[in-house]
Design a protein around this ligand. Structure first.
Ligand SMILES: [Zn+2]
Ligand SMILES: [Zn+2]
Length: 102
């Protein structure tokens, strides 16, 4: 199950469970869409993988207790700002070997 982390790791923007601009990598490193597009260029600074939009967990108990009331979002903030210069170098290396990052 996703943790639904509360903020963007880079800029600390609040990303509530219903945020449509939350992006996650396969390890659930969490960033806002703005940082993914303008700073990270779709390369996760922690694992080198790509990002997808984070799905929204319902706040309403539509079915079988699968909702935020039973499985609340994480409140553990991870603020690890990315050095844009380091990241340009890192992401450039990955782009040359992983075609999906072109
Ligand atoms: Zn951000
Ligand atoms: Zn990652």
């Amino acid at each position: 199950m996703l943790e639904l982390r509360p903020t963007c790791e880079n800029c600390n923007k609040v990303l509530p469970p219903d945020a449509t601009d939350a992006r996650i990598c396969s390890y659930e490193c969490t960033f806002c869409a703005h940082c993914v597009d303008t700073v990270l260029h779709n390369v996760c600074p922690n694992c080198g993988g790509g990002f997808v939009p984070r799905p929204i967990r319902p706040s309403t108990n539509w079915k079988g207790d699968n909702y935020l009331g039973k499985d609340p979002a994480s409140t553990a903030v991870r603020h690890r700002p990315v050095d844009p210069k380091d990241h340009v170098r890192f992401s450039a290396t990955i782009r040359t070997i992983q075609p999906e990052h072109r």
